[in-house]
Design a protein around this ligand. Structure first.
Ligand SMILES: [Cu+2]
Length: 691
């Protein structure tokens, strides 16, 4: 293996540049992202423990090493084997809930590997050092970095591809290529292959790797045979001339920078949160975190304190799949329908966070341990930041005008609003996605995704909308710079929310805001009533938020009563994120593979093995294993261990302000207590107006 710890900690594009033969010797000025050490936190937190102390803690470095050794000792692998996936195999929920702190752990890993008997999967019992199950893999595993490099190399060594580059006066050394997942369009000729498509860019002289696409040309590579299966060349398209760098120096060379400003910084004597291994406690919250290769951050055992009692809210919450379909049916673009989490991995592509830029300087930075293709562990430094922020607004307030008099001025009563943010940022190719879990003093949790980075652009002849070529070139996208069209696309983020509100058995309730029956004689002719209805089954649990048909969506524990008889609940509030596409989910292969985007909500019976909305194997999936197929069983989910799935998303019609790097576009949801507490839990905050 040619990886080093340093390489794995680098971003995807930088990694490719650094390792590709013929590319490495002409390293551009910005070959690697800045990985400045984070500012020291005011109080050093406990480092993540080298041993797991809870059944849902992530695999440690030692455990990953043990997994590789156990498989090697069993002669399933050798030193040339590859490991697309090593992840914690969680114990059954009932086992986790019965477990008491300090009791021994039975640790297991689920592994995909390419070993001595082909591509297999195994359940490895780390504690007892044995393989419990081993079988041929029933799908295509996640991509490995080694495969990226191989795909680039195979393309650039192909004579026809080199010849196609020559017609554009380019040599392989002039290019930076970006191997991309090819989707699965159910073509007979693609059966049994593991395809990537490899378009290229002119190698940058500055920071921007994506500003000069070599449009209309790509190689298709089968990763199984390591051969080019076809070259698609739609003819020469004029190359963009501008480097469009985005470092301060490059921007200053293009345009005048604005005057310097004083930084806005939070001054904090010490953090109010405690980190003990994988456990984080802050204000009325406690939870555990881990990083898995595929979904990135996973939160577990999320509890909230109500007076002196810790009450369960979520057993687990994590990103389940990310889907980015482009809307250009042309040969070089129709297949760009990436499943960023399932195919590439949000955990393995976590990028180091920068203090004072990605996160405030008062943040605490934590590493994440992931495994390399050879199965060996490596730390991604500063992969997670945890910080408190004052939102600059009140958590609550009231100014009482009737308390005022000629002699007395009574100020507004209120409390400052502080929240805890747990952040990570995954760079998948050209896009950067920040995923925030934000905990509030009022019992709410926000899940936010911020999309930033660089729009994928298509080379075009058009320089101006007045050009004769403009109408055709911008049929499926926006002209965002001369010779650059950014095709329309979507960003969907499906989250798996396993609420366990005060216990495992919960129900999902839809409360319609519906027209009430006007009493006879009333002067009002219309008003609304809240009409709750418990969802009975999985098919009924597919729900679309429709702003024209308002409703409240809650997960509730029907078995308990609060002080006034209410059933404790949490509402899932969409805020600004509702997105569906006008797609054909039955017949359009990428949409069938990602059919979960057709509804805002899905509700399923808890299943240990159903963690990802787009199926267990995303790469090359045919759509037969998704939320849409699981719910066909139509199991009863009323007062059962129900799991809720919610898709956050937005349609991206690019515009000039997205270039050369787009400002963060934030979408998210709020999980808000509903008749869960006896009163506003933020009532007990201290620190009103300065006296
Ligand atoms: Cu976008």
């Amino acid at each position: 293996m040619i990886y080093s710890q340093k390489l794995v900690a680098m971003t995807y594009s930088a990694l490719l540049f650094a390792v590709l033969p013929g590319c490495g010797e002409k390293t551009p000025p910005r070959a690697a992202p800045e990985t400045k050490p984070a500012a020291a936190p005011a109080v050093a937190p406990s480092p993540p423990k080298a041993v797991a102390t809870h059944p849902l803690d992530g695999l440690t470095a030692d455990e990953m090493i043990a997994v590789v050794k156990i498989l090697r000792d069993a002669k399933a692998t050798d030193d040339k084997s590859f490991f697309p996936l090593i992840e914690l195999s969680e114990p059954l929920k009932e086992t986790v809930l019965a477990w008491k702190s300090g009791e021994p752990l039975l640790r297991k890993a689920y592994v995909n590997f390419k070993g001595l008997k082909g591509t297999q999967e195994a359940l490895v019992n780390i504690t007892e050092r044995k393989i419990e199950k081993i079988a041929a893999l029933a799908g295509e595993p996640m991509i490995m970095l080694e495969e990226f490099m191989s795909a680039m190399q195979v393309a650039l060594e192909d004579k026809s591809f080199v010849a196609a580059l020559a017609t554009r006066s380019l040599k392989p050394d002039d290019t930076f290529c970006l191997p991309l997942t090819a989707g699965n369009f159910l073509q007979q000729t693609d059966k049994g292959k593991r395809l990537m498509k490899v378009p290229c860019y002119v190698k940058p002289s500055g920071s921007n790797f994506y500003a000069k696409p070599i449009e209309g040309l790509f190689a298709e590579v089968d990763l199984k045979t390591r051969k080019v299966t076809q070259i698609v060349d739609e003819g020469v398209v004029p190359l963009a001339k501008d480097d469009w760098g985005y470092t301060e120096k490059e921007v200053a060379a293009r345009t005048k920078l604005r005057p310097p400003s004083t930084p806005v910084e939070v001054v904090q004597a010490r953090p109010n949160f405690k980190i003990d291994g994988a456990a984080i406690e802050w204000d009325i919250w406690k939870f555990r975190y881990r990083v898995d290769k595929r979904p990135g951050m996973v939160l577990s055992d999320v509890k909230v304190r109500d007076n002196d009692t810790w009450r369960s809210v979520l057993y687990q919450a994590n990103l389940s799949e990310v889907f980015v379909p482009y809307q250009d049916p042309g040969k070089a673009w129709f297949w760009r329908t990436y499943m960023d989490s399932g195919e590439y991995g949000f955990g393995v592509f976590l990028s180091p966070l920068v203090a004072g830029m990605d996160c405030p300087k008062n943040a605490t930075f934590l590493p994440a341990v992931v495994h390399q293709d050879n199965g060996q562990p490596v730390d991604i430094p500063n992969a997670i930041c945890v910080f408190e922020r004052n939102t600059g607004k009140p958590a609550w307030r009231h100014y009482e005008i009737f308390a005022q008099s000629d002699k007395v001025s009574v100020p507004a009563e209120g409390r400052p609003d502080t929240e805890l943010v747990v952040r990570s940022a995954s760079e998948v190719g050209n896009y950067d996605y920040l995923v925030d879990y934000v905990f509030h003093t009022n019992g709410s949790i926000n899940i936010d995704v911020i999309a930033t980075g660089i729009d994928a652009v298509k080379g075009a002849a058009t320089k101006h909308l007045k050009d004769a070529t403009a109408a055709k070139d911008t049929q499926y996208g926006s002209l965002i710079a001369p010779h650059l069209v950014a095709p329309n696309h979507d960003h969907y983020f499906n989250f798996r929310l396993d609420f366990d509100i005060d216990g495992v058995n919960n129900s999902f309730v839809k409360t319609d805001i519906a027209r009430g029956k006007t009493p006879v004689g009333s002067q009002r002719k219309s008003f609304w009533v809240a009409s709750p209805k418990t969802v009975e089954s999985e098919l009924e649990g597919r729900l679309r938020i429709d702003n024209a048909k308002p409703a409240l969506y809650t997960v509730t524990n029907p078995n308990l009563e609060g002080p006034m008889g209410h059933k404790p609940s949490y509402a899932i509030m969409p805020r600004d994120s509702v997105a569906y596409g006008p797609y054909d989910y039955e017949n359009d292969p990428p949409m069938k593979r990602n059919a979960y985007i057709g509804y805002s909500f899905w509700n399923t019976l808890y299943d240990q093995d159903k963690r990802y909305a787009g199926g267990k194997f995303a790469f090359g999936s045919d759509g037969s294993d998704t939320l849409a197929t699981w719910v066909k069983k139509n199991r009863n989910i009323k007062n059962k261990d129900v799991v809720t799935w919610y898709t956050i998303g937005f349609h991206h019609v690019p515009h000039t302000e997205d270039w050369p790097v787009m400002s963060g576009h934030q979408v998210g949801i709020e999980l808000r207590p509903y008749n869960f507490f006896a009163h506003n839990p933020a009532l007990t905050l201290r620190g009103g107006a300065a006296k």
